[in-house]
Design a binder for this molecule. Structure first.
Ligand SMILES: C[S@@+](CC[C@H](N)C(=O)[O-])C[C@H]1O[C@@H](n2cnc3c(N)ncnc32)[C@H](O)[C@@H]1O
Length: 276
């Protein structure tokens, strides 16, 4: 983020948003200005509700939370189609899952479904604005009431996602700081899905996320901490063939020739595995 990006504008008439933004501003240092008060606000990123969805408009791009990807995945899971993320993290009901890179929370929602009401998911996001947008979106998913005209499987998928939100706690923080504060073997699985080191083609939904997200590579100390904190495994999602798997000590078991990504695993249940 450059200097300009540390200021966001909002509509003065949106009282609810104003209160939330004042809190965000106090916590994160992001400056907020009402868009009708300053001509300087022209060209600033704007946060506002569009069709009841909180939306960050910037440079002609819109960043907002929509659980469409999680919904599609949920429908497939209900139809019995394997989900590669779920295969990689291998969660069981009741597990404690740490999603170290929440982003737009598609994996967060799917993991929350997998651990169920006796499990828990802690989702960590270091970008204050992404955390703000996604937390608002998850609150809306929680209150979702399916419309009558939805197909049975789609309605069921919405219900599952809505229920799944109950075991999610989100936090705006750097994941390394969170890991450092956790006791040994206190969660079952830690998961990293960082911004890819090399982006071949950017989709229109990824472009705005990229601008506001944390682009830093993972460091070895963070993975060491994740191995200390996990009981079962640490998982990394990366672009297929990424040198990050080897650099950080992950083993890619199930390669999928049709997918541009792979999941690397450090299996902590095997004697001798762990961070080298
Ligand atoms: C590729 S996205 C994750 C997508 C996510 N798995 C999903 O299903 O939507 C990566 C996210 O991790 C966040 N991130 C990167 N480094 C981080 C860190 N050190 N601590 C917390 N979050 C981080 C980025 O800001 C970005 O939002």
């Amino acid at each position: 983020m450059d200097q300009m990006d540390n200021v966001i504008a909002y509509k003065r008439s949106d009282e609810k948003l104003k209160l939330q933004l004042e809190k965000l501003s106090m916590q994160s240092g992001i400056k907020i200005v009402p868009m009708d008060a300053l001509s300087e606000a022209d060209g600033l990123p704007i946060l506002r509700y569009v069709k009841q969805k909180l939306c960050l408009e910037d440079d002609g791009e819109r960043l907002f939370f929509h659980p469409s990807m999680a919904l599609l995945r949920m429908i497939n899971i209900l139809r019995g189609v394997p989900d590669r993320f779920l295969q990689a993290v291998n969660l069981e009901a009741g597990d404690i899952f740490l999603d170290a890179t929440m982003g737009l929370a598609s994996d967060t929602l799917i993991s929350a479904y997998a651990v169920g009401s006796n499990g828990s998911v802690l989702a960590v996001e270091s970008s204050p604005l992404i955390h703000f947008l996604v937390q608002d979106g998850l609150d809306q998913v929680k209150q979702f009431k399916p419309a009558k005209k939805l197909s049975q499987v789609k309605a069921q998928a919405w219900v599952e996602l809505s229920q799944a939100t109950s075991c999610i706690e989100t936090v705006w923080a750097d994941h390394t700081r969170i890991l450092e504060g956790l006791p040994d073997a206190s969660v079952d699985v830690v998961y990293f899905d960082p911004m890819f080191r090399v982006t071949v083609k950017e989709s229109s939904s990824i472009r705005p996320l990229k601008k506001w997200s944390n682009p830093n590579p993972l460091d070895k100390d963070t993975i060491r901490e994740a191995c200390r904190v996990s009981r079962k495994r640490v998982v990394l999602k990366e672009r297929k063939g990424s040198s990050e798997f080897t650099r950080l000590g992950f083993y890619v078991k199930e390669k999928n020739k049709y997918s541009p990504v792979d999941f690397g695993i450090i299996d902590l249940t095997r004697v001798g595995e762990g961070f080298q």
